[in-house]
Ligand binder design. Structure first.
Ligand SMILES: [Zn+2]
Length: 293
């Protein structure tokens, strides 16, 4: 499943590739991929003549700001007079990915939505397991209100709000494991299984620890570890393990090397003890019992 670094890599790719991409035509190949509005016709009509102006990311949500281009012949679509046309929001879930195509070809059977510009360049959304969703939130509506998961997201790991005071407050009475806390998107946005395991290893904290028992100096280390692990991974385009693909459709094998994730039975890079695996709240958890207390 793409996590924050992978989604951030996709966001950067979209922003680079889709310079001045104005949607001329939308083809919905699978209705259930459109989560909002309720009718796919409204989604298609609403997005027509929209410039994909700027891509943001919140947690694992991609959010494109749209501009309505009234005059199709305009030379400069970025002119300031263009009206806002709400947002296109995308969640890739397990297996969703975008592909930018400038040589027309037949879409594979997992293609869910196709966006074309007037030159027939295509932004194709492909999703094997089809859990991914898209929303067109028209101007005046608030994405946070329409998309429950987005409205409930906790702070971004890179934001100012995600500080020690905040962490201390949210874990102070929690008897859940620290691993479960890190996976909770309402506490911190965008961390999934890989980066939770890697951050806890790097901070030397056992994933099984009751959250409330974690001391301030450990929290400081954990926060630093989260930020460092995520930053490092964004720099390398995401990890090799998720089904994540970048805009070229590549399954990033330039990915980040992990210390514990999917290294069960292999030697710990720090102490040589074998990495173990166990489930926490249904998710495989990898850790070094010697380095993580
Ligand atoms: Zn170790």
């Amino acid at each position: 499943m793409p996590e924050l670094p992978e989604v951030e890599t996709v966001r950067r790719g979209l922003e680079q590739k889709l310079n001045n991409f104005i949607i001329n035509k939308v083809e919905v190949c699978r209705d259930s991929t459109v989560a909002f509005p309720n009718y796919k016709e409204d989604f298609i009509d609403g997005l027509k003549n929209s410039l994909l102006n700027k891509w943001d990311r919140k947690g694992k949500y991609l959010i494109a700001q749209l501009k309505k281009i009234e005059n199709k012949d305009t030379q400069s679509p970025l002119e300031k007079s263009a009206k806002n046309n709400g947002f296109l929001v995308v969640h890739l879930r397990m297996t969703g990915y975008f592909k930018f195509i400038n040589n027309p070809n037949t879409p594979c059977k997992h293609t869910r939505i196709r966006f074309f510009d007037k030159n027939n360049n295509e932004l194709r959304y492909i999703d094997v397991r089809s859990f991914g969703r898209m929303w067109w939130i028209k101007q005046g509506l608030l994405p946070n209100k329409i998309i429950k998961g987005l409205g409930e997201l906790g702070p971004e790991p890179f934001s100012k709000e995600f500080d020690i005071k905040y962490l201390k407050k949210v874990i102070s009475k929690r008897t859940k494991s620290i691993k479960a806390i890190l996976l909770d998107q309402t506490i911190v946005a965008g961390i999934g299984n890989i980066y939770a395991d890697e951050s806890l290893y790097s901070a030397g904290i056992s994933p099984f620890r009751e959250a409330r028992t974690i001391k301030k100096n450990e929290l400081i280390k954990l926060k630093e570890s989260i930020v460092n692990v995520l930053k490092k991974s964004i720099g390398s385009g995401g990890t090799t393990f998720s089904d994540f693909r970048d805009l070229e459709g590549e399954n990033g094998n330039f990915g980040l090397q992990t210390n514990v994730y999917r290294r069960t039975g292999k030697e710990c890079h720090k102490c040589g003890h074998l990495i173990e695996r166990e489930k926490i709240t249904g998710r495989s958890t990898h850790w070094c019992p010697k380095c993580q207390k």
